[in-house]
Ligand binder design. Structure first.
Ligand SMILES: [Zn+2]
Length: 324
């Protein structure tokens, strides 16, 4: 039997999605359950198992060679555990072992959701063909991941690229992560909406007070709404510039609901980048919207599993000694 497919799981605070993905990044089969996020850990695992059971009923399942798991963070890929902030029943939950058990021992690769989105954008999206990239998801939170030297850079625990929680405002507001002045605290959708409201913006007759509504107001010329996006763009630019200066990325890709604001976000972001990315080797940095959309988590988890399998095959043997 051909093993030309990879299974994928995308686990978030609202839904658990599963898929079988082919070598071209196409989704061949899907399954999905709501996340019982407020229930105990075993109930949440039951929803994961139900997704896997549904996939495994298909004759395609026998063609899966591995499974990639993208999960809301924090994750610990070295331990195979997850502790998603929005799923309190899972703290150091042994997700990799449980998924392997539920799949009859398929090799499993765990990454954070930001890393998964990055893998998807590098494989199929705006970061395709770039050797060094930062990809970000800006929505309820701000996540991210890195491609360095042409490869997905996950870090030892699978959390590398966590740009949402680097500080860009030394005396800024406390962040739920325990830090202060984090990119997420300034640039996430809820913070864009909060800042606009605090400064006097009011929602229209529909009562929609989301970041998307603030973007519509900005497009219609509301200066307070525009200013809130400009502040978010500034925080993103400072984080992107710091990353570029540190590891020489060539492109920053931005996805997530907030990126849906389009030029309301991207125009001030490009302007602010000129202020912060000043050194010669970061001045050519480009910024682009993400292309992979809502399937990024699944496609990226599959890509991460494929990359892990390749890594296992090509890693040269460790040469012992060195100081004989
Ligand atoms: Zn933070």
């Amino acid at each position: 039997m051909h093993t030309d497919l990879v299974a994928a799981l995308d686990i978030g605070g609202t839904k658990i999605a599963g898929a079988l993905v082919d070598g071209g990044g196409n989704i061949r089969l899907r399954a999905r359950r709501p996340t019982p996020a407020q229930d105990d850990g075993e109930t949440v695992m039951g929803a994961v198992a139900a997704v896997l059971a549904e996939l495994s009923e298909s004759p395609l399942w026998a063609r899966a060679s591995a499974i990639g798991i993208g999960s809301a963070g924090p994750v610990d890929a070295s331990a195979g555990t997850v502790s998603p902030v929005n799923v309190p029943g899972w703290r150091d939950f042994p997700l990799v072992a449980r998924v392997r058990e539920a799949t009859g021992g398929l090799p499993a690769e765990l990454v954070g959701d930001g890393v998964a989105m990055t893998a998807a954008e590098h494989w199929q999206g705006a970061a395709r063909g770039f050797g060094n990239a930062l990809c970000m998801v800006v929505s309820t939170g701000v996540g991210g991941g890195l491609v360095l030297g042409g490869r997905l850079h996950t870090g030892p625990t699978g959390n590398a690229g966590h740009i949402g929680h680097i500080s860009v405002d030394l005396d800024g507001d406390p962040c739920p992560c325990g830090g202060r002045g984090c990119v997420e605290r300034i640039a996430s959708g809820p913070n864009i909406a909060r800042r606009a409201l605090e400064n006097g913006w009011r929602p229209g007759p529909d009562g929609d007070a989301s970041a998307a509504a603030v973007a519509r107001a900005a497009r219609a010329g509301d200066p307070v709404a525009s200013a809130s996006y400009e502040r978010a763009a500034q925080a993103l630019a400072a984080g992107i510039a710091a990353t570029a200066t540190l590891v020489e990325i060539e492109i920053a890709v931005i996805g997530g609901g907030v990126a849906g604001a389009g030029e309301v976000l991207f125009a001030p972001l490009r302007r602010a980048l000129r202020d912060y990315a000043a050194l010669s080797f970061v001045r050519r940095l480009t910024v682009a919207p993400a292309l992979t959309g809502t399937d990024a988590g699944l496609v990226g988890a599959a890509a991460a599993a494929t990359a892990a399998a390749t890594r296992t095959c090509v890693t040269p043997p460790v040469v012992a000694g060195g100081r004989a």
